[in-house]
Design a protein around this ligand. Structure first.
Ligand code: ASP
Length: 577
């Protein structure tokens, strides 16, 4: 008899049926006369009961077995299993393959170190939770294919071996064997190609695209990752965002059966920074940044004199638990953000206290109380200095407290657009101007006048979608006017020669009837994290790299044969120790 079905397709309705199941031994309990086996297949676990008189071969955990038997109602249901109402009374158990003792336990709860999990990833992937993450990922992709196909998009693949694309990260390079000394770059995104597809007349393109960026890794970053990459022609910003909201709604409905209310809220970049100190604000909890510069207009405190910005956050109910050590930590955090320090005021027995209070006048105290609605036991944190430092610092602190104090309700989702980003940003270290998104982002028409005089003042038609404080995607309207594009390249300090070498073909293409176009990319990995409920990007990628950009399973990256290097005309001069 061949396998009749997946384990969890069986229920009380099948009682009495003869079935044949296959899968892995998840657990075995031998009670002498009777043996229980938890049989696991991709769908889940079912209990096999082997009664006295039925002889079975030796089976151990993770053996692959075939079981023949009859579906029967359990005397006492197991509420932890989907199939908990039933069991299979085995008539025959056959071993299809044996297994060594596994180096990690195949269960959701595991104490295995992450490097062990990555080294034996094929076993880690057997854990039901990992299968669930992969399932969420697949469901998102299916929603994307179906929703976008219905909206007349087509999927087009773009090259992996290509030229550098300007997303601002370091490229992964691939040496050419045929052309010594020349390199392909792996795409940081399909940006240039998708815009060329608009010039190519496709009007609506998408691709579940692999992208590569050689960046230092963090919990939510991988060197190779996947984007849902989208480009459209002839839509204005509002039409485009509305279409993307439809996609997000579909994805949430399909994966977690959650109804996203549309339209999504839109915050300008300035509002996001002003109020939340972040361009990807988590607005699921209410701590906000307050501008208190006016309150301190006459302050005698040196740190508040002649500064660009003075802002404060009020953290509810933590004064009493804020020790000297915590205040030192907060100060250290301020230093990390390039500020000299910060001012911390406690509210104890309805009185302001702490070493900073001596600098406060009665008027200032009264103004703080009334403007910030301060309550007993609140903690007031004030930072002063450059806007670009004060806001991110307080943004990070509000987030830390939001998490620490459990102000974020689990299972809630907070979706919004951040719009009107600055077109350029100035590197704090070297003062150089770079694109906030990429150099093809269209400046707002009304700001074009600053292109020569003060480019950092220019805002752009760029937007990010933020979900629970993650940047889940971003994009922009694109420049389709050649002169503006040239000008942007110039502001970025690219010489005519650079432009020709890096983007010559792209700039040329714009001469042949370029439609107005707009697009964005969603991070598939991040979306899967958010919808799957994990904050580790490696959980949602089948074979990820660790934080050192190494795959502990395959050992990549690795040395290669000298003959391969010779073929490529490459000599390694600086071997890793
Ligand atoms: N290419 C951009 C990115 O990878 C997204 C876009 O502008 O469409 O972030």
């Amino acid at each position: 008899m061949e396998r009749t079905c997946f384990n969890t397709e069986l229920s009380e309705k099948n009682v009495g049926q003869e079935v044949c199941l296959v899968g892995w031994v998840s657990k075995k309990r031998n009670l002498g006369s009777i043996v229980f086996i938890d049989l696991r297949d991709r769908s889940g676990i079912i209990q096999i009961t082997v009664n006295e008189g039925v002889t079975i071969p030796d089976v151990r955990n993770e053996y692959v077995i075939q079981v023949k038997g009859k579906v029967s109602l359990k005397e006492k249901a197991n509420p932890n299993l989907k199939t908990g109402m039933i069991e299979i009374i085995a008539s025959e158990v056959n071993v299809i393959n044996t297994a060594k003792t596994t180096p990690l336990i195949i269960a959701d709860e595991t104490d295995a170190l992450e490097d062990t999990r990555l080294k034996y990833r094929y076993l880690d992937l057997r854990r039901p939770i990992m299968q669930k993450y992969m399932d969420v990922r697949h469901t998102i992709k299916m929603a994307v294919h179906e929703y976008l196909s219905k909206e007349h998009f087509i999927e087009v693949e773009t090259p992996i071996l290509t030229l550098s694309t300007p997303e601002g990260a370091r490229d992964y390079l691939v040496p050419s064997r045929v052309h010594h000394g020349k390199f392909y770059a792996l795409p940081q995104s399909p940006q240039i190609f998708k815009q060329l597809l608009m010039i190519g007349g496709f009007e609506r393109y998408y691709q579940i695209a692999r992208c590569f960026r050689d960046e230092d890794l963090r919990a939510d970053r991988q060197p190779d990752f996947t984007q849902i990459d989208i480009e459209t022609s002839f839509l204005d910003q509002n039409q485009f965002l509305t279409m993307m909201e439809g996609l997000i709604k579909e994805i949430f409905a399909r994966t977690i059966n959650y109804e996203v209310k549309l339209p999504l809220r839109r915050l300008t970049y300035k509002e996001a920074m002003d109020n939340y100190g972040s361009d990807k604000p988590d607005t699921r909890f209410d701590i906000k940044l307050h501008d208190v510069k006016a309150i301190f207009a006459k302050s005698e405190f040196g740190g508040f004199k002649d500064v660009e910005t003075i802002k404060a956050i009020v953290v509810p109910g933590v004064s009493a638990s804020t020790s000297r050590k915590v205040i030192d930590e907060l100060t250290l955090e301020a230093k990390k953000f390039g500020l000299g320090g910060l001012s911390v005021i406690k509210v104890e027995n309805n009185e302001f206290s702490g070493s900073f209070v001596k600098f406060l006048s009665e008027d200032e105290k009264a103004a703080l109380r009334s403007d910030l609605a301060i309550k007993d036991n609140d903690l007031l944190i004030i930072a002063a200095g450059k806007y670009n430092r004060v806001c991110p610092l307080l943004g990070a602190l509000r987030l830390r407290y939001g998490r620490e104090l459990g102000l974020i309700k689990p299972g809630t989702f907070d979706l919004l657009w951040v719009v009107d980003f600055p077109l350029f940003e100035r590197d704090v270290e070297n003062g150089q101007i770079t694109s906030t998104h990429h150099p093809f982002t269209r400046p707002r028409d009304e700001d074009l006048k600053y292109l020569d005089s003060d480019p950092t003042k220019i805002l752009s038609y760029a937007y990010d979608i933020v979900i629970n404080g993650y940047e889940a995607g971003g994009g922009s309207l694109r420049i389709y006017n050649q002169d503006v594009q040239k000008k942007i390249f110039q502001v970025l300090g690219l010489s005519d020669e650079d432009i020709k070498r890096k983007f010559g073909f792209f700039v040329d293409a714009f001469q042949y009837g370029t439609p107005p176009h707009a697009g964005m990319a969603f991070g598939l990995d991040r979306l899967t994290m958010i919808l799957g409920g994990t904050d580790n990007i490696r959980d949602v990628i089948a074979f990820p790299k660790n934080l050192n950009a190494v795959c502990p399973m395959s050992g990549a990256p690795n040395i290669v044969d000298q003959a391969q290097l010779d073929d490529l005309g490459i000599a390694v001069t600086d071997w890793e120790k």
